[in-house]
Ligand binder design. Sequence first.
Ligand code: AMP
Ligand code: TRP
Length: 327
Amino acid sequence: MKRVFSGVQPTGNIHIGNYLGALKQFVELQDENECIYCIVDEHAITVPQDPKELKKHILDVAALYMAIGIDPKKSIVFVQSSVSGHAELGWVLNCAANTGELFRMTPFKAKSQGKQSVGAGLLTYPVLMAADILLYDTDIVPVGNDQKQHIELTRDLAIRVNAKYGKDTFVVPDGRFMKSGARIMALDDPTSKMSKSAPNDHSRISLLDEPSKIKKSIMRATTDSDGIVKFDIENKPGVSNLLSIYSAFTGKTVEELEAEYDGHGYGDFKKDLVEVTVNALAPIKERYNEIRESQELIDALKDGAERADAIARKTMERVRDRFGLGL
Ligand code: AMP
Ligand code: TRP
């Protein structure tokens, strides 16, 4: 059995990009692998957070995990800060990373925009992500395309530490990316990725959006004026993005969809996509509402933290020993 690890930040507005790029894979993988799914609250505080909101968002994401079909009996589901090994291994790996490679990370460059006043956590955050992964001897990391560079860094750090401290100190993990869905773009601007924080609510579809909101967001999504449903990222990024979403939700290939909508305008295509999206999200929302306030949710997270901690402790013992830390 392979070990799978991934995480999502508890920052509200979990959207169909998160779902089609990452979360959907979490469910697919859980039957055949040993899966560990984390709510990475320590990552969220790299930017200012309201403590009350953060606490709420942690449970929101946990409930969404369960609502999409993650079974806490099969998979370990827990909150990052409940297991101290993440921060501890994060420190050790910070001492193995170079500042240069961290300054080169695209998300850091985008978020800091050259300013020195941003939190140091924003710079060292990819190292904490590497710690999350390496702490569990992870083989596979299901994520969206935007995390490719972070996975590469994780691999580099593992290989570097193994070369110096012994080749089985860390398992070197692989990223896992979806064919359609790995990079869902914003509906109002198909040249930037769909994000939780974009000010325009119609740029994204959140997993708990009402059908009327989903309809509005899709019907007003940016397309082009030639009226042909065809995948062409360069010249038709808007329609291509909608095709990717349609394909990811239904399992139909882009070619099949192009054939199906040959001769139809964008109106028909978008109307059907609204239906597909609403139908895919309805059961998630229903299950979410059942579980969000339940004791079952809290119990699952507590149990998950204990199981995760047992694995993490073993890794940390090995790491301390290899690095010569402690008595
Ligand atoms: P985050 O919200 O940044 O914690 O991301 C959670 C997961 O969703 C990560 O695996 C991301 O790579 C993935 N993800 C975020 N945005 C998108 C997007 N627009 N398209 C596909 N995957 C995404
Ligand atoms: N950095 C990821 C993101 O922003 C979230 C994350 C943190 C993660 N630790 C992880 C993803 C470990 C996979 C594995 O989306």
